[in-house]
Design a binder for this molecule. Sequence first.
Ligand SMILES: C[S@@+](CC[C@H](N)C(=O)[O-])C[C@H]1O[C@@H](n2cnc3c(N)ncnc32)[C@H](O)[C@@H]1O
Length: 389
Amino acid sequence: MKTRELVSNVGVKLPQDLVQCWEKMILTFARLEPEEKGSRISRAHVLFRVLEREADYVKGLWESFTQERGKLTKNLLTAKREAVAYTLGFHLANAARFQMVLNRVGAANLESLCQNDEKNSSFELYDVGAGSGAMAQTFLSFIRNHRISTLRSGRIFLLDISAPLLDMAAFGVEYLGGRHEIVKKKGRIEEISLRIEESSTTKIFLLGYIWNEMSKNKAARSLLLDCLKRLAETHQDVLLVVAEPALQDLSRQTMEFRDVICHLGFQPIYPCPAGADCPMLDRTRDWCYGEFAWDRPVIQQKIDRVLGINRFTVGSSAFMFATPHMVQRISNKGQKSTSQQKEIGVVVGKPLRKTRRDGAFDYLVCTESGLIKEAPKKGAVVRLRGEKI
Ligand SMILES: C[S@@+](CC[C@H](N)C(=O)[O-])C[C@H]1O[C@@H](n2cnc3c(N)ncnc32)[C@H](O)[C@@H]1O
């Protein structure tokens, strides 16, 4: 069996625990008016009022994200109010993007990947540039909701420059419950030691929307790469997730980063069907990202209105990798039953046909042997980028 045989093609609905966790974070850390603290008005109503109050901050952050991303960390997120605005505007969307990756990889695959040879079900999770902890919390919620038996109790390392964000992230992790120990590390990646002890414990390494932000921070990037290199060389069990915006220039940098990670010795699990250099990098006007339909909570629809966007479909240039012996566990498991399977393909584009009549398109499909074009089957549901075909 190949890794992506269990990749599912369904939209994303965030689990209840994750949405409630986010609500609780906002209600605990936002400055509430006295009458909002009592139980006479509903939680949803208080959230709407907080959003109305913080709308300008949230919009300001959105502009920084889309227009001058490099300056984001320098200017923002260190004050409590901005930390709440960030969490209000972006936390759930980032959680949904990671949820998409986890859904597509599938709980069964994740469980097998982390079937540690020493039957050690403890793990260490490193959320680097954790922000409000969307990545860590989504992962923890997923393994709990899917009862992943190979990942039971973890040490959760949350690393960030921003103390208010770290407090919110840790609060959320604690709120979600589980037998986890939380370690907060406040500081810059380039200043705090990222030396990870060699052990049989599974390591989960999460890099959510941080690689591009560090494009001008050579010290942090090189330290991070050293750390990943050491993890790959020591043949430990390491699951690595990189998520970045789906915008062309940022996405292309992420695809290049993906190649570097593969050269360090990691194997891609999602979305790439093969470990070869990314073939999409040769296509100058195209780039690789995943997209999904998001069944947004009501408050998210309101947040989107504030931002002047509509995130019922969402994109993310997101990748999951693992060290090769972990991937082998999945391949070994499925070989008996599915040796006749057709080559796996993942949709990476939808180029219009030359005639362009009625918006006719082909799928551009990434396969183990490179890019191919495939005509959509008549009457079939249209596949989104990042879905298997
Ligand atoms: C765009 S936010 C992403 C937050 C979170 N990972 C997510 O997925 O929602 C980037 C985070 O990286 C942190 N950050 C940026 N540069 C950093 C550095 N050099 N060291 C540690 N954290 C950093 C920022 O404080 C911010 O919280």
